[in-house]
Ligand binder design. Structure first.
Ligand code: TRP
Length: 335
């Protein structure tokens, strides 16, 4: 890692088990960036606290997401990989930044606005059910980004506004204290938009936890087989020709199979004579081939007493080695 490399930082909110759609749209592209950038990955467990009220569940998701990313190829030696709550400097910076952040900016944040609009529609108070964590969420995210000196932040489209907020808040700080300390201005990159990799779920809509149409990335073999069978198809009989681009199992196959296999299946479907059952059997074989090695690594890491805890502890040390001097510089500028 040379000093000249730009810094890329990704935060992963532990609010569920990773699924195939996350792998194709987010995990894979984000890990790819480690080739080009000095890469930082962290589990945003304190962001998850705005919604998750069950400590045991939060711990499980945090562990599962951490194990999942390592199983997918994150190399904790070559990158910085930590749990947000292990780096207390982030939360101190959050306060300092909130003092240079306009409240109006928070009023316009998508997540808060959506909650407010739902309340209005339901004839309730604007802020019903809104906690300060949700409201200040973008400031915490700004601290995550700025404390590591990030240049780029790979995110899904839904998070791009938050990265603009981080740039805005960094700008406000620089305007006020720039003669004493200046933040780099971060920018969002959206690998998903660049690769166009959106995976359909069981029902054909984008695979997403909120649609309940996901295939968990580390589903045991029998569950994987069962879920693949549940993918929606039409009633075209096996002998009839089929349009591969309108077939959900084929669209999933395309993202996981070798190009030669994809072309062969495309030709066979177009010609007719392949039933959906056969396509799904092939899809299962391909998925299991890709996922099986990751699944066993995941299971190893999820076992109590695995090396995961040590990985995160080492990662926290590396993260704090950056965060401590950064926070000190900001504090010195402001106080
Ligand atoms: N808010 C992001 C999400 O929900 C997670 C996140 C927290 C994050 N802090 C971050 C992403 C910093 C990028 C940079 O997906």
């Amino acid at each position: 890692m040379t000093d000249k490399k730009l810094v890329s930082l990704t935060g992963i909110k532990p609010t569920g088990e990773p699924h195939l759609g996350n792998y194709v749209g987010a995990i894979g592209p984000a890990l790819q960036l480690a080739e080009t950038y000095e890469s930082i990955y962290f589990i945003a467990d304190y962001h998850a606290l705005t919604t998750i009220r069950d400590p045991e569940l939060l711990r499980r998701y945090t562990r599962s997401v951490a194990a999942g990313w390592v199983a997918c190829g994150l190399d904790p030696e070559r990158t910085i990989f930590y749990r947000q709550s292990d780096v207390p400097e982030i939360f101190e910076l959050t306060w300092l930044l909130s003092c240079v952040t306009a409240k109006g900016l928070m009023n316009r944040a998508h997540a808060y606005k959506a909650a407010r609009d739902r309340n209005r529609e339901a004839g309730q108070d604007d802020d019903a059910g809104v906690n300060m964590g949700l409201y200040c969420y973008p400031v915490l995210m700004t601290a995550d980004i700025l404390i590591m000196g990030s240049d780029v932040v790979p995110v899904g489209r839904d998070q791009a506004q938050h990265v603009e907020y981080a740039a805005d808040i960094a700008g406000s700080f620089n305007h006020l204290y720039g003669d004493r300390y200046s933040f780099k201005i971060p920018r969002a990159i959206t690998p998903e938009a660049e690769t166009g990799a959106v995976l359909p779920g069981l029902d054909g809509r984008k695979m997403s936890k909120s649609y309940g149409n996901t295939i968990p990335l580390f589903a045991p073999e029998t569950e994987l087989r069962k879920l693949v069978r549940r993918i929606v198809t039409d009633s075209t009989p096996p002998e009839e020709p089929k349009n591969p681009d309108e077939s959900i199992p084929f669209q999933i196959l395309e993202q996981f199979a070798e190009p030669g296999e994809v072309e062969k299946m495309r030709a066979r479907l177009t010609a007719g004579g392949v039933g959906w059952g056969e396509l799904k059997n092939d899809l299962f074989t391909v998925l299991d081939r890709v996922v099986a090695p990751m699944r066993s690594r995941y299971e190893e890491l999820m076992a109590p007493g695995s090396e995961l805890d040590e990985m995160l502890a080492t990662g926290a040390e590396k993260a704090r080695a950056r965060a401590v001097p950064m926070l000190r510089a900001v504090k010195t500028a402001m106080t």
